[in-house]
Write a protein that binds this ligand. Structure first.
Ligand SMILES: Cc1cc2nc3c(=O)[nH]c(=O)nc-3n(C[C@H](O)[C@H](O)[C@H](O)COP(=O)(O)OP(=O)(O)OC[C@H]3O[C@@H](n4cnc5c(N)ncnc54)[C@H](O)[C@@H]3O)c2cc1C
Length: 153
């Protein structure tokens, strides 16, 4: 179901803890990431952006006991799937690529069909074989390079 959940998962990173160049001294660069449906959902992000942002911050404040969190925000940027698609050219705004569902992995991956259709086409990246996320994307590049070397084009 491509709807916004009230019980979302939250991924928080604060790289300035180990890399002081990420923010001015005495400040932090915090990223709060919440998985949401891709743009097939037809969610109106212009309407949902603010209330959903508030819901996320309320949850973070409550779970981490940081009631005054917002008082410490100096700069803030909210990026939704709408911007990922429009400004960064990411298909459907899905930054992690295709869902890892049974129909979309292994032989079900539509990229495999492309490979069958076009013998000299090599697709790499988050939705290609071997899978989503950076380590798998690197593997997918290795896999494509090996195929090209074998073909000796
Ligand atoms: C905020 C955020 C946090 C993330 N955190 C993690 C993490 O912690 N760990 C992890 O493993 N992954 C993470 N990811 C996911 C990871 O960054 C992506 O899965 C990965 O970058 C996808 O790589 P890619 O090469 O397939 O596609 P992309 O990096 O999206 O590259 C595709 C490129 O193609 C360009 N492009 C699109 N259409 C066209 C066109 N028609 N013509 C020419 N160029 C075009 C785009 O502009 C883009 O530069 C994160 C992503 C985001 C956005």
């Amino acid at each position: 179901m491509k709807v916004l959940s009230d019980d979302f998962s939250i991924h928080i990173t604060n790289p300035s803890v180990t890399d002081t160049t990420m923010a001015p001294i005495g400040h932090s660069a915090v990223r709060i990431m919440v998985p949401v449906p891709n743009n097939e959902s037809q969610i109106d992000w212009d309407q949902e952006r603010e209330p959903f942002r508030n819901k996320i911050l309320d949850t973070v404040k409550a779970k981490l006991h940081l009631e005054d969190l917002e008082d410490h925000i100096v700069e803030e940027r909210v990026i939704t799937p709408k911007e990922w698609e429009k400004d960064f050219h990411i298909h459907l705004g899905a930054i992690f690529g295709m869902m890892q569902s049974f129909r979309q992995i292994g032989m079900g991956n539509p990229v495999n069909k492309l490979h069958k259709q076009f013998k000299n086409l090599f697709v790499v990246g988050t939705s290609a074989h071997t899978g989503t996320s950076l380590p798998y994307i690197m593997e997918s590049a290795k896999y494509a390079v090996n195929k090209i070397i074998k073909k000796d084009l």
